[in-house]
Structures are given as structure tokens and as C-alpha cells.
Design a binder for this molecule. Structure first.
Ligand SMILES: Cc1cc2nc3c(=O)[nH]c(=O)nc-3n(C[C@H](O)[C@H](O)[C@H](O)COP(=O)(O)O)c2cc1C
Length: 453
């Protein structure tokens, strides 16, 4: 082949690679439902090491690298030599803008001992996919390449996503190795079951990239300043039955509540999320209780509320429900041109919580207003005997139902904090910051929260 042909072939390869990378970037954002522009605060300034070993699932690591980068992380990829048989270092280098490290004895670097410099200031190490071979090496302290050597030197949290044939995974030696790594403090993400690339059906498929990214965010996003706190969050709409086939509901999607639950869990809290019907992905690190009606919500909340340190009510609970539920479907021609509904009030959960609060419990309600936002929310704060109302207006652009952003005003007994438009996850963090600040101030004053205003 002449030089011209070689150049043409090279150009073709580069253009194919570019297309492959663009597809990864576009596909990742869509599949992971990332609001990357709004949520890139989550890993901003964090250094994440992504280890990739020789598994057929290595292509999914490119999605992880892309998603982690978009969330603001400085991602460094460490590959085993065998991983490079499955995916090229160039793919990771293009996605992360860093050289993918493979060779411990690489002479072509600025003078810093490679594996040590990467290990010392990393915020998290995640190995995805982790082959049976890499797992065995890590469990026994073997450090014979860049990935295993760096892993041994890492003092940051470490996560492992095994991927292999189900017989390899179930083999007692692999299980013993994983157990050993758990004992050494590694977080092991359970592989999924299904048809594997080798044609066998069983457990061994690497968890989807979104689960891996969620695990990294959970570990690295925030300091664990809520460790030891029990937090109850409510989210989503309620559904009030009219007859066996119909119900009344509202536009809540549950996003704000889910963001609060996820962020509290990232900060180390033990979180219970009581959720109305939503189609949101279920967070991995919170205990979810599913409910349908306002009555279900009341029962679920009141059965656990006394043992909670913090309660945040972000659900849109129906204020009224049909007074009777028809036993059979209401037929269109059963009455004249109108159907009259008699509605009854549902229990006021926030008021109940305000009146039955435990010692040192902090309660935050949400209010969605269409007019007089601050005035109505302050009245609610007093009427319900709670500590904070996070108010949002349906009339403000970027706030309210279904959006990925919110514009909140946090109203406490003595303060009003207007937050700018930000992602619901970032707004959730700010609500939690304010709750913690309020608790700290009370603790310093030796004040108990059990009182009626
Ligand atoms: C096509 C193919 C697919 C493989 N897939 C896996 C896999 O999913 N998991 C695994 O543990 N090993 C798998 N292997 C075997 C590993 O690549 C092999 O054990 C290798 O030594 C691992 O090297 P590393 O751990 O240094 O990356 C596969 C091998 C081939 C040829």
C-alpha cells in the first residue's frame, strides 16, 4: 500500500472513531437522562479514576467516562492491556482529554510517579467493567499493571462493577474474592441477570452505566455531613379514585422530592422516600415506599415520622378526594349532560406533622403558589407549625411541575432566602444546607424544636 492509501485509510479510521465518539456522547446523555448543563455541579472539581479491564462490557465504560465528564468530573482512565483488545485508549482520551494510563513503566510523562500521583488525590476509583482476573488480583494485593498498582495505592472510596459469564461470577473463588474486597471496604455493584454476550443466560452482566454513574455521584458528590441523620422525603402526585377505572391526580412528576432524597443520601443520611406514582428512575441508595392516595400517604408518613430527624414534604398531595368511590365504572349515559362530584377534604399531613413533632425534628413543607408567593407561604409556615417552607411559583419560568429546574424561596421563621434558577438537584442541596444550618444554630443556642409557634 502506498503512502497516499495509508493516509486515506488513517483518515477513514479517524472519521469512524469521531462518529463512534459522537454517538457515545449523544447516546449517553439521552440514555442516562442527564441534565448535564444543569447538573454539572455534582462532580465539579472531583477527580475520578475509571478502571477498565478485559471484558466484553468495556464498551459501556465509554458511556461512563462521557457521563462522569459531563457531570463536571476530571476523569482519568486506567486500562489493563487486555482492555485495549476490546476498546481503544483513544476513545477514552478523546472523551476525557487525558491520556489513558496503561503502562506502569511508561517513560513518556512529566516527572511524577504515575500510579501514586493519580491515587493520592482521587475522590473515587471505579472499576467498570471488573474482570474476574482483576477482581482476583485486587483481592490478593497483586499489583502488576497500572490499574492494579494504582488501586492498591488508592485511599479514596473504591467501587467495583463485575462483568463476566455467570459461571465465572458464581464460581466460589470469585465470590470469595468479592467478599474479601467488601471486607476491605470496596463497594461492589451487583451485576444484572439476563442473556450474556457469551450466549449463556444468568447473572454477570455489568450494571447499566447510569447505575455506575449514580454510585460514583453518591460517593463523591458531597461530604457526608448528614451521616447519622434519618430523613423522610415525600414526592410525586397522589391519585384519588373515582371509580374502578378513573382517578383524579395532578401534574407533579416527583422530580423535586427524588432530588431531595438522592442528595440527602449522597450526604450520608438514611433516607426513606414515600413516593406517589412517577416514571422516574428509582434511586439506589434510598428506601422507597410506594403509595397511591392521600390516605396511603398519610398512613405511610405517620407510621415512620416520629423516628425521623428531618421531614421534607415535597409531594403534591390531593386536598380533596371524591366522597364516594363508585363500585362500578360510571357510565357516560348514567346521568344527564353533567356529572356532579362531591368532594371531601383529605387529612392535612403537614399540619399533623407540625402538631405531633418529635424532639429536635426539623420539618420542611413545599408550597406551590400562583399568587402572593411569600405571603401565602409564610402563613402556611405558621399555620402548620413547621420550620421551613420551600416556596415555588407556577408563574415563574423554570419553576414548578415537570421542569428539571426550580426557582425556590426558602422561608423560615426569621429568614427569606431567594434562590436563583438552578437544577432541582442543586436546589435540593441548598434546601438541605439551610436545614442543617438551622439545626446547627438551634443546637448552639440549646434550643429544642418541640414547640408551637
Ligand atoms: C471475547 C472475550 C470476552 C471476554 N469477556 C470477559 C468478561 O466479560 N469478563 C471477564 O472476567 N473476562 C472476560 N474475558 C477474559 C478476560 O479478557 C481474560 O481473563 C483476561 O486475562 C483479563 O485481563 P485483565 O483482567 O488484565 O483485563 C473475555 C475474553 C474474551 C476473549
Amino acid at each position: 500500500m502506498g503512502t497516499g492509501d495509508e493516509m486515506q485509510l488513517l483518515r477513514l479510521q479517524v472519521s469512524l472513531l469521531r462518529r463512534e465518539i459522537s454517538a457515545i456522547i449523544a447516546g449517553t446523555a439521552a440514555r442516562l437522562r442527564l441534565r448535564t448543563k444543569e447538573d454539572n455541579f455534582m462532580l465539579q472539581g472531583k477527580k475520578i479514576l475509571l478502571g477498565v479491564s478485559g471484558s466484553i462490557a468495556a464498551y459501556k465504560a465509554a458511556e461512563c467516562a462521557s457521563a462522569l465528564t459531563k457531570l463536571g468530573a476530571d476523569v482519568h482512565v486506567l486500562m489493563t492491556k487486555n482492555a485495549a483488545e476490546f476498546i481503544t485508549p483513544l476513545t477514552f482520551e478523546t472523551l476525557t482529554k487525558h491520556r489513558a494510563a496503561m503502562d506502569t513503566f511508561d517513560r513518556n510523562f512529566e516527572y511524577k510517579v504515575g500510579h501514586i500521583s493519580l491515587a493520592t488525590d482521587a475522590d473515587a476509583l471505579v472499576i467498570a467493567p471488573a474482570s474476574a482476573d482483576v477482581i482476583a488480583k485486587l483481592a490478593n494485593g497483586i499489583a502488576d499493571d497500572m490499574l492494579t498498582t494504582t488501586a492498591l495505592a488508592c485511599i479514596c472510596p473504591k467501587i467495583l462493577a463485575p462483568a463476566m459469564n455467570s459461571h465465572m461470577f458464581e464460581n466460589p473463588v470469585t465470590q470469595a474474592n468479592l467478599e474479601r474486597l467488601r471486607d476491605f471496604g470496596w463497594e461492589i455493584l451487583e451485576p444484572e441477570s439476563g442473556l450474556l454476550a457469551c450466549g449463556v443466560s444468568g447473572k454477570g452482566r455489568m450494571p447499566a452505566p447510569e447505575r455506575i454513574v449514580e454510585a460514583v455521584v453518591h460517593t463523591a458528590h458531597h461530604s457526608k455531613d448528614m451521616k447519622g441523620l434519618r430523613v423522610l422525603v415525600t414526592a410525586g402526585p397522589t391519585q384519588e379514585d373515582l371509580d374502578p377505572v378513573r382517578y383524579l391526580t395532578n401534574h407533579s412528576t416527583g422530580r423535586m422530592g427524588y432530588a431531595l432524597a438522592e442528595m440527602a443520601a449522597c450526604r450520608g443520611a438514611e433516607v426513606i422516600l414515600i413516593s406517589g406514582a412517577t416514571d422516574l428512575p428509582r434511586p439506589q441508595y434510598v428506601q422507597i415506599v410506594d403509595i397511591r392516595s392521600a390516605d396511603d400517604m398519610f398512613n405511610a408518613v405517620t407510621s415512620v415520622s416520629t423516628s425521623q430527624d428531618i421531614i421534607i414534604k415535597a409531594a403534591a398531595v390531593a386536598d380533596f378526594r371524591p366522597a364516594t368511590v363508585a363500585d362500578n365504572k360510571i357510565k357516560k349515559d348514567s346521568e344527564g349532560p353533567y356529572l356532579s362530584l362531591r368532594m371531601e377534604k383529605t387529612d392535612d399531613i403537614l399540619l399533623w406533622l407540625g402538631l405531633h413533632r418529635s424532639l429536635n425534628q426539623t420539618i420542611c413543607g413545599f408550597s406551590m403558589e400562583t399568587e402572593n408567593l411569600v405571603q401565602n407561604s409564610r402563613a402556611k409556615l405558621q399555620k402548620k407549625h413547621v420550620d421551613m417552607i420551600a416556596a415555588n411559583s407556577l408563574r415563574t419560568e423554570g419553576a414548578g411541575f415537570g421542569t428539571s429546574t426550580n426557582v425556590l424561596t426558602l422561608i423560615t421563621r426569621d429568614r427569606e432566602i431567594e434562590l436563583p434558577k438552578m437544577s432541582k438537584k442543586e436546589a435540593a442541596d441548598r434546601v438541605l444546607d439551610e436545614i442543617l444550618a438551622m439545626r446547627k444554630a438551634r443546637e448552639e443556642k440549646g434550643e429544642e424544636t418541640e414547640r408551637v409557634y
